[in-house]
Write a protein that binds this ligand. Sequence first.
Ligand code: FES
Ligand SMILES: [Fe+2]
Length: 361
Amino acid sequence: MDRQLRNQNTQPLPPMKIFNNFDVVVRGWYFACKSQDIKKKRILSLVLCNQQIVIFRGEDGVPRALDAFCPHMGTDLGIGSVEGNHIRCFFHKWAFDGAGKCVDIPCLPKPLSNVKLRSYACREQYGFIWVFPDDIADFELPTHDELENKALLFIAGKSYIRTCHHHVTMINGIDKQHLKTVHGVNIEMQLEYSENEHEANFSLKGNIPTENFTGRLLKKMFGATYEYSMKYSAGTIGLLSTMKGLFLLGKLNYQLPEANMIFAYRPLENQCVEVQPIYVTEKRKGILGFFINHFLLSVAWLGFCWLKAEDGKVYENMRFNPQRLLPMDQPIATFIAFINKLSPSIWSKPKAPTTIAEPVL
Ligand code: FES
Ligand SMILES: [Fe+2]
């Protein structure tokens, strides 16, 4: 039985609109595969958010994404071939361009104008190929504020599976209570929040406590406050910036760079989610730049390992209920409200069919 349906008589769970609703795939960017998984003139057929799609690179090296099943008889185009910037079905050799338009049917003098495959917006960034569940994306892939318009260096971590909805794991970054109860970080954080229609920005800031030696040392080394931010892109990608507002020896003219990472999510079958961590920094030049880059990537990675080890078991098999939050859980309530304003995509679970398909000539 689905986790969401368990304990309904004793612990009823209200229906969810978008947040924590496994039937809805929101309009947002989903990581499909690593860039290196598809070489030039190659095709990959894969399931993304329960949708079978093909991604292929033409001779121009640009990745393109289409629905996978050939509109003729349904062959998976993944076993076809790439010609120029077109994809050709293995079975009867119909060919399609990157927009899904049929451009050749060998047994006919010209292709049928009413045959089209649905295409999907596709981008290559952070070492991955990302797909948006519509032909034109509503917005571009997100960047950390500090890294806007900069050359980037990034390293992908090992992806992992969580047995809960990704909206639920995403609240980890803004769950103020658990900073103390799970991670032992005893800083009273104040929240700053802003949002637009596809992005929610949480910034949490607090004074470093000085009642113990470690706190006093940290204050001397980096200044009096600690701050981090979480930017959520459409509930499918989280961008974490840590070490914000830290100043070497507390001196305002020695601001330290931030350590940044991305959590990318894609829902899987059986109410699970795959989480892909990516560590990102500015690509600095020279020997010193090399060391700073790798120091910051390592800090982001170590921070991630520390948090993941402590949070790891919390979200396994969680059946989240949003109806018993406390005032201090306000960031979580804000996040849920943001997610519930997002739009479902055409990859969301369809309603039960009402007609039976007949063969059409
Ligand atoms: S099934 Fe693809 S061309 Fe016939
Ligand atoms: Fe955590």
